[in-house]
Design a protein. Structure first.
Length: 352
């Protein structure tokens, strides 16, 4: 598959945004806030023989200030494929404990990466989308009815809303590889020494039930079988340190973006607007959280401070198409080129 940037997609993590801004607590004894911010290189573990494996938020005492829509889920750095039993991604929702808990949002779904079956075919990452659903979400949990007796792991539980750019970027885009983790210095004798601090994204740690602990490149998939040597052969196993090198950066320009694709209609904190509406529906979300413009991505990542999953071509679902990124500081540039028409310039950096 090609490496072209066609129609980019941004996967925005809503619980991380709400936690970072102090709007909602996601603490739990089953991972909680440790599952946020996509810090997934070292996974969280669940107790053997418990049905509730991983959870952010809870059923009670976690009422958000507003409802918000979600339409995708990503499970990063998991070994759930080694369990032959399916799981559910259950939700806790509403403004009270009795407001409709235990809705499974793992089905129905559209597979993006490694979720065309439950359990997934491979360990590593699973991403899927579903019909956008708006609720007062109080928590999300990975739950089993039956389970195998091994330590389940999950690096990060990402739930949120994705944004597809309205069109492809201009053809004069730039994609580069950064090797800023390698520092060179000259000795007194004139020789050049290289200190290698990192040569690519941080590898993730996989705890396979029967094949020990090893590292593998982010977003790559790995076999779930019990015995690599007898069933699939050593050559098929993920090789630590042999994935792609360097950190990717994309400098993108989007021309002729409409005002509705660039900016949110009402940049306010509630649903009261100037047309005289004084009795909005109870479940109306904050306008920013339900917005479908680039303004949503920029605001809900705090200008790129918070990480997001970037897919440069939303039709190419190979594992190497996904990366954890931020916006480079002070690179957002929006120019009005005609009435209600804008040009957007942005630089996106993969994080180490």
């Amino acid at each position: 598959m090609g490496k072209q940037v066609k129609t980019p997609r941004f996967y925005v993590d809503m619980p991380t945004f709400l936690h970072a801004t102090g709007q909602l607590g996601w603490d739990s004894d089953n991972g909680g806030a440790e599952l946020l911010y996509m810090n997934c290189a070292n996974a969280n573990f669940a107790e053997i023989e418990q049905s509730l494996m991983f959870q952010i938020g809870n059923r009670t005492d976690n009422t958000p200030k507003t409802s918000f829509p979600v339409n995708f889920c990503a499970l990063l750095n998991h070994n759930l494929a080694s369990d032959s039993n399916p799981f559910e991604l259950l939700t806790y929702k509403g403004v009270s404990e009795n407001d409709g808990n235990n809705e499974d949002i793992s089905t129905p779904n559209t597979n993006v990466l490694n979720f065309n079956s439950n359990p997934p075919q491979y360990n590593g990452t699973s991403i899927w989308t579903f019909a956008e659903t708006n609720e007062y979400w109080r928590g999300f949990a990975v739950v089993y009815d039956e389970f195998s007796e091994y330590n389940h792991q999950l690096g990060s539980l990402v739930v949120g809303k994705y944004f597809d750019c309205p069109n492809s970027p201009d053809l004069n885009l730039t994609m580069s590889r950064r090797f800023d983790g390698i520092k060179k210095q000259k000795t007194i004798g004139g020789k050049t020494l290289a200190n290698l601090y990192y040569d690519g994204p941080t590898e993730w740690t996989m705890n396979h039930p029967n094949d020990g602990v090893y590292k593998y490149p982010p977003f790559e998939l790995d076999y779930a079988q019990d015995d690599f040597f007898s069933e699939i052969g050593f050559d098929a196993r993920a090789k630590s340190g042999l994935g792609r090198k360097g950190l990717r950066s994309w400098k993108l320009t989007f021309s002729y973006i409409s005002e509705s694709d660039m900016w949110m209609e009402n940049e306010v904190s509630n649903t009261l607007i100037s047309d005289g509406e004084t009795n909005p529906a109870l479940n109306d979300p904050n306008p920013m959280l339900s917005d479908n413009s680039f303004n949503f991505v920029w605001n809900c990542t705090l200008g790129g401070t918070l990480p997001f999953i970037f897919q440069p071509d939303n039709t190419n679902n190979n594992p190497d198409q996904f990366s954890i990124c931020t916006f480079r500081e002070n690179t957002l540039d929006v120019t009005q080129v005609a009435s209600n028409v804008y040009t957007l310039n942005i630089t996106i950096d993969e994080v180490a």
